[in-house]
Design a protein around this ligand. Structure first.
Ligand SMILES: Nc1nc2c(ncn2[C@@H]2O[C@H](COP(=O)(O)OP(=O)(O)OP(=O)(O)O)[C@@H](O)[C@H]2O)c(=O)[nH]1
Ligand SMILES: [Mg+2]
Length: 220
């Protein structure tokens, strides 16, 4: 008989093993992978659409969604090589489903692979997918205490994006308070305040990401 703690332990260690296989494959193919996590509706898809048009690299995407193929179709409309993953009732992607998606993608033609995780600020943090970089995005409309309420995911990301600053006043939220929470939780993360829709802060994200990809040193 296995107790619940032991089963959890097995799930995480199996996930870690497959994540390492994914990272090895991605590195062999010289494809830099970004795990984009964040709240529902915070701007994950629009960020990938805009960055992939700005970056001087060939981009591709994995669109993680509970049931629909709407985001996958948005990426395909932008001519990005893309695979959609439906997780059903699961609130996060894991390394195993990503491993299957990687088999379907033309990795030799993709320099940068964006993996849009399922909209959720809790479960995705526990599942390494084999990425090289983690970004988390929230928007002011989730309330300006959203970062303080979900510390783990922010502690484990390389960049924290606070989006929809254009409507901060209308929703009575302080993007600066959110940035202070982000810096406090993770002093090593780069923090951006953005309005991806209008373009505020996008160039800064693009510059930071481009530097990260170049300093990886393995790009095609
Ligand atoms: N006002 C405003 N709206 C934005 C901004 N960024 C995104 N949106 C809007 O927010 C909505 C959700 O954007 P998406 O990019 O689909 O968000 P998402 O995180 O991919 O959403 P899910 O995949 O459903 O979790 C869309 O209607 C966007 O136009 C922004 O900076 N300001
Ligand atoms: Mg989306």
């Amino acid at each position: 008989m296995h107790g619940p703690l032991e089963i959890n332990e097995n799930i995480f260690s199996l996930n870690k093993r497959i994540a390492e296989e994914n990272r090895k494959l991605l590195t062999e193919k010289k494809t830099f992978a970004v795990n984009l996590m964040g709240a529902i509706g915070s701007g994950k898809t629009i960020l990938i659409e805009k960055l992939s048009a700005m970056l001087p690299f060939k981009c591709g995407a994995i669109a993680g969604d509970v049931v629909s193929d709407l985001d996958a179709n948005r990426f395909k409309e932008k001519k990005l090589p893309c695979v959609g993953i439906n997780t059903g009732k699961s609130c996060h992607l894991d390394a195993h489903v990503v491993q299957h998606a990687l088999q379907e993608l033309p990795l030799e033609k993709i320099d940068v692979l964006f993996i849009e995780n399922v909209g959720n600020l809790i479960c995705p943090a526990d599942f390494d997918l084999g990425e090289h970089l983690r970004i988390v995005i929230v928007s002011v409309s989730e309330g300006d205490d959203i970062i303080a309420k979900h510390p783990v995911i922010f502690k484990e990301s390389h960049a924290i994006i606070i989006n929809k600053v254009d409507i901060a006043e209308a929703v009575n939220a302080s993007a600066e308070k959110m940035a202070t929470d982000a810096h406090r939780l993770n002093p090593n993360a780069k923090v951006f305040i953005t309005s991806i829709k209008t373009g505020t802060g996008l160039k800064e994200i693009k510059k930071w990401l481009e530097e990260k990809i170049k300093s990886w040193g393995t790009i095609k």
